[in-house]
Design a protein around this ligand. Structure first.
Ligand code: ATP
Ligand code: MG
Length: 373
């Protein structure tokens, strides 16, 4: 039995544990907040202390990128951390991430670092308006972001940012050109130690108030898939990446620009649990445990709907053809990712119909984007 330690004890570690069981891969999770090593499903403590867990594990990986650097460094020193600390740090700091994207030679929005109001003035002139301003550390689900539309807003926006920076030392702001995209897509793929890759079809993502609400596995991708895979390979090779890597893109008239990377399994890849031959969680474990990668082919038409801030959905949903609910076992909080529903069908048309029916069962304020029709 292989033993995998996951940094982070949320739903991604939980789903890795579920995917690992059939392969006899035992997953334990390090809760970065409490410092406890827990079972990813029960959250009961299983080992005492990070040092013991590092010794116990054959392989160490991460389910989120905001891991304290001393923890990452201790794991890296053991020689067991996959992907490596550099990849995880790039995912957790937009300054490192933007430099990585430039180094890999992949298209991304022009940017400048902001530490003072005068930097904001300079960025608005050099990059142009509107600007999207993002905290370099700790951002997720659109948090720690500001928009600057007109020059006369600079003093007010700076005031907000200065207040934010006062509570968050060692931070800068990344000012990025606003990208007038038609849609957002993401690519999930696995890469192993030997450099082999297994890449899923592109996923089209809809966000509501900065949070992912629906992901659709795209069935005809052609040139877009090729562009995305080229950028995936460039980033993964630059990092010597091992594991599942997710890349979010803006689609601007058929040309892709990288928005950001996630050095881990990703919410927009949850559809693979029912829609692909091998799910992203299993492929991540296969990659980091140096097992052959699994087939990433889509086997059905599939959509994933996030369950946000609700701890129940009508059980009738389970009676609908191809509907699968995945709960994360978390306590209810407004807007929190509590679970997701994967919806599969034999054809796209059938999927459209099932989603129409599903939408009638779900409250529209919590599920703003369900239908494809
Ligand atoms: P995540 O939960 O994906 O980690 P995040 O908080 O890290 O989110 P981003 O993905 O960078 O943030 O941004 C959140 C959303 O804001 C994007 O999905 C996109 O809709 C929008 N956005 C971000 N950057 C830009 C940009 N440069 N131009 C236009 N829209 C943008
Ligand atoms: Mg994002």
């Amino acid at each position: 039995m292989k033993k995998v330690l996951v940094l982070g004890a949320g739903q991604l570690a939980r789903m890795m544990a579920l995917a690992g069981a059939p392969l006899n891969i035992d997953v334990v999770a390090y809760d970065v907040t409490s410092g406890q090593v827990v079972h990813p499903l029960t959250l009961a403590p299983v080992l005492s202390g990070l040092d013991n867990a590092i010794r116990y594990a054959d392989v160490i990986t991460a389910e989120f990128e905001h891991v304290p650097h001393d923890v990452l460094d201790a794991c890296e020193a053991s020689g067991k951390l996959k992907p490596g600390a550099a990849a995880i740090k790039a995912g957790g700091d937009r300054r490192i991430e933007k430099a990585l994207l430039d180094q890999a030679g992949v298209a991304n929005a022009r940017y400048q670092l902001i530490n003072a109001e005068t930097d904001l003035v300079a960025a608005s002139q050099h990059i142009g308006l509107p600007l999207v301003l993002k905290s370099s550390l700790g951002g997720y689900d659109g948090k720690g972001q500001w928009r600057l539309k007109t020059a006369d807003q600079i003093p007010a926006v700076w005031q907000d940012i200065a207040a934010f920076l006062a509570d968050a030392p060692a931070q800068s702001i990344v000012a990025e050109a606003f990208v007038p995209f038609q849609r957002e897509v993401s690519l999930i793929g696995a890469r192993n130690q030997a450099g082999d890759t297994a890449i899923y079809p592109l996923t089209e993502n809809v966000h509501t108030d900065g949070v992912l609400s629906r992901s659709l596995a795209l069935e005809t991708q052609g040139d877009l898939q090729q562009q995305a895979e080229g950028m995936f390979n460039a980033v993964a090779e630059t990092l010597g990446y091992v594991g599942v890597l997710a890349i979010e893109f803006f689609d601007v008239n058929g040309t892709l620009l990288v928005n950001e990377i996630a050095p881990r399994v990703h919410n927009s890849g949850h559809w693979t649990q029912q829609g692909a031959d091998t799910c992203q969680f299993e492929n991540h474990l296969r990659a980091v445990c140096d097992l052959p990668l699994g087939n990433t082919k889509a086997i059905r038409s599939t959509v994933m709907i996030n369950i946000l801030g609700e701890d129940t959905v009508p059980t009738d949903v389970l009676a609908l053809p191809g509907c699968h609910i995945h709960w994360y076992g978390k306590e209810k909080r407004a807007g929190r990712k509590m679970g997701h529903i994967n919806v599969t069908a034999a054809s796209h048309n059938e999927l459209v119909q099932t989603l129409d029916t599903l939408a009638q069962h779900l409250p529209s304020d919590s599920f703003p984007v369900v239908r494809l029709s």
